[in-house]
Ligand binder design. Structure first.
Ligand SMILES: [Zn+2]
Length: 306
């Protein structure tokens, strides 16, 4: 049973919107790529856990705090007897560990997931103690990518490699057993969800301003080349994608809200943001139909429908 779904990755979504409208520096582009890759790995692992047949509780993407220290858990799986912390890594290529440091075969050092995992596990135990909750905790690093290889991997390391995944999941299923989970366990899991911190302070999104971003509507395939044909549709000059104007404008408003949550939505700003739509009336129509108008002294603006 999923107690907490992974949800949307706002950081990744913001990056995604941003990089179409602004040339990112190399380090930001690298951050975006690794974030995207990591996220895909986590989604893949979610699918695998859904294949478990015996009753267990799944909590994805938890950000928790204990003693003023934040820690993140990719996936937490609770059976009646045990809680499993999973750190999912979607690395590919050849790696080795030397003196507690993890390197790619090329020599490039990457953050050692073992250190990350033992930190999360220790903080999780502290949190359980604080909450006076009892659980046996086991943690694992799941290397989900079949192209990953770790030289001289310690036999007793907390690793699950791609080739071991199926067997590992079977053993999890067996460990979960057919007896199910008690109401106490369920309350325990829900307590953790209540403690989850929704807004992560660890964002790697680079600074940006409204003014510097390229305006226009991004087509569904990711180009910024729509042309207003004066009909009900927009046509992408680059990839040929055709889209209903209202749908396209609405998607663009969602992007605007994500990138500028503090800015008011007005006809003028959305007209400027969408750029390609010639008539302000079209923008006004879409806004009036899909949002609530708030009249205020200086000018009116739109908010989500109640
Ligand atoms: Zn296109």
């Amino acid at each position: 049973m999923i107690i907490k779904a992974r949800g949307e990755n706002l950081e990744l979504n913001t990056f995604h919107c941003l990089r179409v409208r602004k040339k990112l520096e190399k380090k930001d582009e690298d951050n975006y790529k690794s974030l995207k890759k990591g996220w895909h790995g986590e989604l893949q692992f979610d699918q695998l856990l859904l294949g478990l047949t015996n009753e267990c509780l799944i909590l994805n993407n938890l950000l928790l705090e204990v003693s003023n220290t934040l820690f993140q858990i990719d996936s937490l799986l609770m059976t009646q007897k045990k809680s499993y912390i999973f750190e999912v890594k979607n690395f590919d290529g050849d790696f080795y560990i030397e003196n507690d440091r993890m390197h790619m075969l090329t020599g490039k050092e990457i953050k050692n997931p073992l250190i990350q995992l033992s930190r999360s596990e220790s903080l999780f135990r502290q949190l359980l103690q604080e909450l006076r909750l009892n659980a046996v905790v086991e943690s694992k690093i799941v290397f989900i990518n079949p192209e990953f290889y770790l030289y001289d991997a310690p036999q007793k390391g907390p690793f699950v490699f791609h080739a071991q995944l199926n067997r590992f999941l079977k053993s999890l299923d067996n460990a979960a057993g057919t007896t199910g989970v008690s109401d106490g366990r369920l309350r325990f899991a829900k307590r953790l969800v209540d403690l989850h911190i929704a807004k992560s302070p660890f964002s790697k999104i680079p600074a940006y301003t409204y003014e510097e971003l390229e305006k226009g509507i991004v087509c569904k395939r990711g180009c910024l080349d729509y042309e207003d044909t004066n009909r009900q549709t927009l046509v992408c000059k680059k990839c040929g994608f055709v889209e209903d104007k209202e749908t396209a404008v609405l998607r663009s408003i969602e992007e605007f809200k994500l990138l500028f949550p503090d800015k008011q939505i007005t006809v003028n700003i959305i007209h400027e943001w969408c750029k390609v739509i010639k008539s302000k009336k079209t923008i006004q129509k879409v806004l009036t139909k899909n949002f609530d108008l708030i009249l205020s002294g200086k000018g009116s603006y739109y908010v989500d429908k109640k």
